[in-house]
Write a protein that binds this ligand. Structure first.
Ligand code: NAD
Ligand code: UPG
Length: 441
């Protein structure tokens, strides 16, 4: 099947590459000429495990091409996927400017009828508007479908190739049939293909993200309560997770959710509710708890050092909003860095993949370290923001020797309290007792 994918961000690039990998003839279109030039050479603009290998192989085998020219990109394709960004607008609602620009361009350049599949996350009712706009004074009768994407950054290829489910929103059964055929290589027993109306499909995407975000804000609120009530959230997590109705997934307390999806999608859902005169009380709480949680590590540092931090040096491990990505959109690390700089602290940072992206924002105001241990040299404390695997089992003796003071504030609960106590660290984590052998000043 010949397929066009418009937008080569996380979703478009993974979609195009995976469809090429399953034997389709794919052409990806993007307005970013520099990105397209690099992609043509097989260079991925993002760090995503496994993507580069697939990219290079499929380009070499002639199944994957890149262009900035939509007319060229759409030639002979019956299926056109839209995967452009739908960022948060000033009012919290999704900004659909890129989607409308692409829809108009498809109408103006198509030389035959197309099935236009919206993969971007869009407000409920958008697909109907896309269809109306595509066919307004058009020479052809185009069809539209919704096919939301559920991949997670860091596991994007695996999630795309082995999805828990594929959801499509269609008006005509034939369109569902075409999409089912396209996805068949990725669907196995118990991994269903679910066909529904475009409205339900669009809503499914938001509800999934709102549910996951709610779980995270819920466990963060419980963690903060545990801390106040001298309970331990790790034990509580085990105690509830074994109840199969609750389970363990997405109930890790931390420094709040970041990334390009949960924050904006929760707010887009609140905006949708507002438009319908509904209060969305729970989602407002989810968003507010998350915003507050992003400040928690700084508050812990001020408990230790006081609010004035000039002369203090703080080391940070982890900048990306989660491990296995270089993405720093809405990353909790940025909130901590802003606080520390404002308080006059010197900040030394390390992340296996996201340093360059952070450097673009902060330039020479931070010290960027290639190695995790190097970050600790002369630091008064270490703050752990992202749970990269390499931080899970470090050499604590080396850490103690490098740190000016043996202080760790851990936003991901990576270490055992007993171990920290035995090693003589002052150790603050999320929703657990503070280990404070001597008190640090
Ligand atoms: N990032 C994720 O993990 C993820 C997962 C599921 C769904 N989504 C949703 O998918 C959509 C895309 O997200 P993303 O993270 O891939 O975005 P992104 O910002 O990484 O990429 C968007 C791409 O679209 C291109 N673009 C913008 N306007 C264009 C135009 N007129 N013509 C051609 N290309 C154009 C941009 O240059 C960019 O390369 C969003 O709606 C997002 O909510 C994202
Ligand atoms: O128990 C948990 C799980 C996650 N997080 C945080 O939540 C954020 C999002 O994590 P994750 O969901 O793994 O990453 P995303 O790549 O943002 O993926 C989410 O957003 C995508 C875009 O819509 C969806 O497609 C995915 O299904 C959905 O998981 C990160 O900051 C994590 O640190 C926690 O704090 N605790």
């Amino acid at each position: 099947m010949r397929i066009t994918v418009i937008g080569t961000g996380y979703v478009g690039l993974v979609t195009g590459t995976c469809f090429a990998e399953s034997g389709n003839d794919v052409i990806c279109v993007d307005i970013d000429a520099e990105k397209v030039a690099r992609l043509r050479e097989g260079i991925s603009p993002i760090y995503e495990p496994g993507l580069s290998e697939l990219l290079v192989r499929n380009i070499k085998e002639g199944r994957l091409q890149f262009t900035t020219d939509l007319t060229e990109g759409m030639t002979d394709s019956a299926l056109v996927f839209i995967a452009v960004g739908t960022p948060q607008g000033d009012d919290g609602a999704a900004n659909l400017n890129a989607l409308w620009a692409v829809t108009d361009q498809i109408r103006e350049t198509a030389t035959e009828p197309k099935i236009v599949v919206v993969k971007s996350t869009v407000p409920v009712g958008t697909n109907a508007k896309v269809l109306a706009r595509l066919n307004k004074e058009s020479k052809h009768v185009h069809r539209a479908a919704s096919n939301p994407e559920f991949l997670k950054e860091g596991y994007a290829i695996e999630d795309f190739m082995k999805p828990d489910r594929v959801v499509v929103g269609v008006r005509e059964p034939e369109v569902a049939k075409v999409l089912e055929e396209l996805h068949r290589p990725f669907l196995r027993t118990n991994h269903p293909f679910l066909s529904m109306t475009p409205e339900s499909s669009e809503m499914t995407k938001y509800v999934a993200n709102c549910m996951l975000a709610t779980k995270i804000s819920f466990i963060n609120e419980m963690a903060n309560l545990c801390e106040a009530l001298q309970a331990d959230i790790n034990d509580v997590r085990m105690g509830i997770g074994h109840d199969r109705r609750i389970g363990f997934q997405f109930l890790h307390p931390g420094v709040g959710y970041g990334g390009s999806c949960f924050p904006k999608d929760v707010r887009a859902m609140i905006a949708l509710a507002e438009q319908k005169g509904l209060p969305a009380q729970m989602l407002r709480g989810v968003d507010q708890i998350n915003e507050d949680q992003k400040h928690v590590l700084f508050h812990k540092l001020t408990e230790i050092f006081g609010k004035e931090m000039s002369g203090r040096t703080i080391a940070i491990w982890g900048l990306a909003f989660k491990p296995r990505t270089d993405d720093i959109r809405e990353a909790p690390s940025l909130v901590l860095i802003d606080h520390l700089l404002k308080a006059g602290a010197k900040v030394r940072v390390h992340d296996p993949e996201a340093r360059e992206n952070v450097k673009e924002i902060y330039g020479s105001r931070l010290t960027y370290c290639d190695r995790a241990y190097g970050t600790l040299e002369g630091a008064d404390a270490l703050a752990i923001v992202t749970e990269w695997n390499e931080f899970r089992n470090p050499n604590f003796d080396v850490m103690k020797a490098l740190l000016e003071r043996p202080v760790i504030v851990d936003g991901r609960n990576l270490y055992e309290l007993d171990q920290m106590r035995e090693l003589g660290f002052t150790y603050h984590s999320i929703g657990r007792a503070t280990v404070n052998p001597e008190g640090v000043s």
